[in-house]
Design a protein around this ligand. Structure first.
Ligand code: NAI
Length: 487
């Protein structure tokens, strides 16, 4: 790209995208320019046209270069091509720039019907966007049993939780809820909760509360005004953020930011809306609000507030509403955009006034983080076995096989419930068994690997195992959970 860069302006990569993308991007670009933001756009390609050129990632190399340079992108929605082997240009961008934090503000708007929410709803969901079940580490352990690993790390949790608190400070917000299922998943969701409690101590100016995620979903409908910021793991966040956007009028009004260590991508939550593409009827509000977030990220506070006020003023007036809100009497994308531009400089009654500050992104080292412990011990091993035997027969066989070894069969569980030694549980068993072996007399070793290998050698030829997991203790704390019913 051969152009002269104006040093007073900040460069932003602009990706029009597919479907209604070019229409809402054009609307937003016009408004941002009219508001006097010091932005220089670098228009780039991603999505259907790039796939059509035969590029498998769906993102042009020039687009990647541009984002590396500008570190900020405003993007339209990108179609996931049915014929591209399920490849998504969105996923390419998210993975390439490790955008670990998804920020989804949810705010009631004037004259926008919201059966469960209302104008005074003002919530931000901060969702971890890399880890959890979405790491998609999955295996068919037997032909009938699929397993997915839920991966939660201290480093990943710390980054997203700090981001939530920093976002609260940047927007002058006072309360952060952490939504987890730590009562059931004590190690994974529990780690997220414990990190939240640790990080919260560094932000004494902000109230920190934990809430069980299902209760959070219920309360979001019953008492949405009790929430300010919600920080949560990937899957919880996926569901809670969609639920929250339904509180305030749906997809046409839901903006988002994807924050990485060095790069931030801003986009509407909605997709390419092929049913209304090219008809000048798409609502550009979600993308306009995404651009407002982007301007604040870039320190362009004044134009951000001008746009926000003009947008809210336009909605308050109610004369130029898009068709998703006003039906047949609604106006088109261009007419709505003209109305917002005409209202630049107006103050909206309904627009919350906040003192915004630049967000301080959590500092992150590129080094792999090694969490140190002073004592580590290996006390046992879980061997996952595929077997069609009856429980009793499997248990007896395993006990016989570990005779004369350092191991004792402590229990067998099936789908998380202890079934051997026999209990009164009415378990409906499948052919995947977790067989827990512990060192005899409660012993622990610094390195149990030779003994584990010996155990596996004994099992070989008798039982088919597909997975093993060491039972480790870190500083005396067991790094594994007990099965339901295990002593
Ligand atoms: P969608 O969000 O495109 O559309 C769902 C419904 O909402 C449609 O009836 C649509 O007309 C309406 N709608 C969406 N945005 C609107 C707006 N701004 N104004 C008025 N009405 C609007 O979801 P869908 O149909 O599931 O996905 C279509 C395509 O978009 C797929 O290829 C999908 O993969 C892609 N997609 C891309 C996303 C992204 O780039 N971030 C996000 C979601 C979907």
């Amino acid at each position: 790209m051969n152009r002269i860069h104006d040093p007073a302006k900040k460069s932003v990569t602009l990706i029009p995208g597919d479907g209604i993308g070019p229409e809402v991007i054009q609307a937003t670009r016009r408004i941002v320019n009219a508001a006097g933001a010091r932005i220089e756009w670098e228009e780039c390609e991603a999505g259907a046209r790039v796939f059509a050129k035969g590029l498998e990632t769906g993102v042009a190399p020039e687009t990647i270069d541009s984002i590396h340079r500008t570190r900020v992108a405003l993007k339209g929605p990108l179609e996931t091509q049915a014929g591209s082997g399920g490849k998504s240009a969105n996923v390419t961008l998210r993975k390439m720039f490790e955008t670990y934090g998804n920020i989804r503000p949810v705010r009631g708007m004037p004259n926008v019907p919201a059966p469960f929410g209302g104008e005074d709803v003002d919530i931000v969901v901060v969702r971890e966007n890399i880890e959890d079940l979405y790491a998609a580490i999955e295996h068919m352990q037997t032909p009938g049993v699929a397993q997915g690993l839920k991966l939660i790390t201290r480093k990943g949790s710390e980054k997203i939780i700090r981001l939530a608190f920093e976002f609260a400070r940047a927007e002058g917000r006072r309360l952060v809820h952490c939504a987890t299922k730590a009562n059931i998943m004590k190690l994974t969701e529990g780690l997220f909760k414990r990190v939240f409690e640790d990080v919260a101590r560094e932000y004494p100016d902000i109230e920190a509360r934990h809430i069980i995620v299902d209760n959070c979903a219920h309360k979001l409908i019953m008492k949405p005004r009790d929430f300010d910021i919600i920080v949560t793991t990937n899957m919880n966040g996926d569901i809670l953020s969609d639920l929250s956007s339904a509180l305030v009028g749906g997809l046409g009004f839901a903006p988002s930011a994807n924050i990485g260590n060095e790069v931030a991508l801003f986009e509407a939550v909605h997709g390419t809306a092929p049913d209304i593409a090219g008809q000048d009827i798409a609502n550009p509000t979600a993308l306009i609000l995404s651009a407002v977030m982007m301007l604040r990220h870039l320190g362009e506070f004044e134009p951000a507030s001008r746009i926000e006020n003009a947008l809210f003023f336009t909605l308050e007036e109610g004369r130029a509403l898009t068709r998703d809100v006003a039906g047949a009497r609604g106006v088109g994308t261009r007419a709505f955009t003209d109305a917002v531009i005409a209202n630049l400089g107006r103050e909206a009654q309904s627009c919350v006034r906040r003192e915004y500050h630049p967000i301080r992104l959590p500092p992150v080292s590129r080094e792999p983080v090694l969490v140190k412990t002073s004592r580590r011990a290996e006390t046992g091993v879980d061997v996952f076995i595929e077997s069609g035997l009856e429980t009793e027969a499997l248990g007896k066989s395993l006990e016989w096989l570990c005779e004369g070894t350092p191991w004792r069969l402590k229990m067998i569980s099936n789908r998380g419930t202890k079934v051997y030694p026999p209990s009164r549980a009415l378990s409906d068993c499948v052919d995947q068994w977790r067989c827990r072996f512990v060192l005899r007399n409660g012993a622990a070793l610094d390195d149990a690997e030779p003994a584990i290998l010996e155990l596996l050698r004994r099992l070989h030829g008798h039982h088919r195992w597909m997975h093993i997991e060491k039972l480790q203790e870190f500083d005396g704390v067991p790094g594994f959970t007990k099965a339901q019913g295990e002593e």
